[in-house]
Design a binder for this molecule. Structure first.
Ligand code: SF4
Ligand code: SF4
Length: 128
């Protein structure tokens, strides 16, 4: 069942659905930093700067016998969704290609919003 927000997205109400984005499905992110390195290499980013950065949530107890402990990759303002790489004919951004856990997906906002409905730990990143 789609939420109102997702329904609005998939029905294309005021949203450019062909716009591309990056879906972060962080349930299985292990915090290995490979995406950070792949992005830095792809864009030749200086030491101390990142196109994507791993953050850590927890460990935190949020209910009796329930704990949360997540790694969440967060694209920075340096992320351009690998515009030149995609224009050059590659199918996926560098971070997506090199993440062995399949945490990130690249595609249209419509495809990504539909995928989000199937998962419970996702964020959608769509820079303009
Ligand atoms: S998103 Fe993938 S590559 Fe990046 S830290 Fe998580 S598991 Fe590793
Ligand atoms: S999409 Fe490209 S620029 Fe953005 S974080 Fe991934 S590798 Fe870096």
């Amino acid at each position: 069942m789609l939420t109102d927000f997702h329904q609005m997205l998939v029905e294309n109400k005021g949203v450019n659905m062909s716009r591309k984005g990056l879906l972060i499905d962080y349930e299985y992110c292990i915090g290995c930093h490979t995406c950070e390195v792949a992005c830095k290499q792809e864009h030749n980013i200086d030491v101390g700067k990142w196109g994507i950065k791993i953050t850590q949530q927890g460990p935190m107890q949020y209910k009796e016998e329930k704990w949360t402990y997540d790694f969440i990759p967060v694209p920075t303002d340096l992320c351009d969704l690998c515009k030149d790489r995609i224009k050059g004919g590659k199918q996926q951004p560098a971070c997506v290609k090199h993440c062995q856990a399949g945490v990130m997906k690249y595609g249209s906002i419509k495809e990504l919003a539909e995928y989000m409905e199937l998962k419970h730990k996702t964020v959608l990143f769509a820079p303009k």
